[in-house]
Design a protein around this ligand. Structure first.
Ligand code: MN
Length: 293
């Protein structure tokens, strides 16, 4: 007797837009389908950079210095390399299979550019950027940066060399991810060979979606999820059964909703308008620190 978490929608990638000159992204939520700002809470935003070729460039493409407060930005690299610098003095480079988990918390300035050597050569580029909300009590937590190399991720090996689940946050079948989190969630990437399949279980009330990064698969024995599409699940069951129709890579997002009002404004994600005004005031008075362009 199965108790499937049923697929509500399979979304095709919305028309892309550029973030700076280095990131061509499809916004699945909150803007792409107007599904409501809390529909995927604690995940507030999913920008997906589907695979493209960037030509060689002497000047790295990217996004210049900008602030954040009140949430976390998570960058997951599938192809290409990105360099990060922020106003707490942290920096890092992530490449294929690596993850960057940045807690903006009380406020940070950062910039992200294609890493210099990648930029000089050009080549395939494919990334995810996710914004993870923080609960009101943690919005002003000190900023923190975690560069998680692929080797640091939790690894759940499927039997018979059929693939691996790389756990970024939360856990999968008892294997834990290294990212520090503030509310309950599971974030993982699965890399499967054609024909591989398994069931996994998530709490019924966790908001859940799957992004198909490469290849395609069947969900719950009936729904096909093609490459670059995002499946959003109803909050109605606990089991998700998948089968890879070809070699496949997909990203699972599942988290306990944060049931608090939110007020997003540009790079800030707070609970009230007053807190947004305070963020601008603090930014203008230098409380986010200093970062050179
Ligand atoms: Mn940013």
């Amino acid at each position: 007797m199965s108790n499937f978490k049923s697929v509500q929608l399979v979304l095709k990638p919305p028309a892309p837009h550029m973030v700076g000159d280095g990131f061509r992204v499809h916004n699945f939520f909150p803007s792409g389908y107007n599904m409501g700002m809390l529909r995927m809470s604690p995940f507030f935003l999913l920008d997906y950079g589907s695979k493209i070729e960037f030509p060689a460039s002497e000047k790295p493409r990217g996004v210049g210095v900008h602030p954040h407060r009140g949430f976390e930005t998570v960058t997951i690299a599938f192809h290409g390399r990105v360099a990060h610098h922020d106003s707490t003095g942290n920096s890092g480079v992530i490449g294929e299979g690596d993850v960057q988990w940045m807690t903006a918390g009380s406020g940070i300035l950062h910039k992200e550019y294609h890493e210099t050597e990648y930029s000089k050569k050009g080549g395939p580029f494919q990334m995810v950027q996710l914004w993870v909300n923080l609960p009101a009590k943690d919005k002003m937590t000190p900023p923190k940066y975690q560069a998680l190399e692929n080797s640091q991720l939790g690894k759940y090996q499927l039997p018979d060399d059929k693939g691996v689940v790389e756990v970024i946050a939360g856990e999968f079948n008892g294997v834990k991810g290294p990212a520090t989190i503030f509310t309950p969630m599971h974030v993982y990437t699965a890399r499967l060979k054609k024909g591989a399949g398994f069931s996994f279980f998530l709490p019924e009330k966790f908001n859940t979606g799957i992004l198909m990064v490469d290849g395609s698969m069947k969900i719950n024995e009936e729904e096909n999820l093609p490459v670059d599409h995002f499946a959003i699940f109803r909050n109605d069951g606990t089991e998700i059964k998948i089968k890879a129709l070809e070699d496949a890579v997909f990203l699972v997002l599942s988290g306990k909703p944060i049931n608090e009002p939110i007020v997003p404004y540009g790079p800030f994600l707070m609970n009230t308008k007053e807190e947004i005004m305070q963020a601008f005031s603090d930014l203008n008075s230098g409380k986010f620190g200093v970062l050179e362009d």
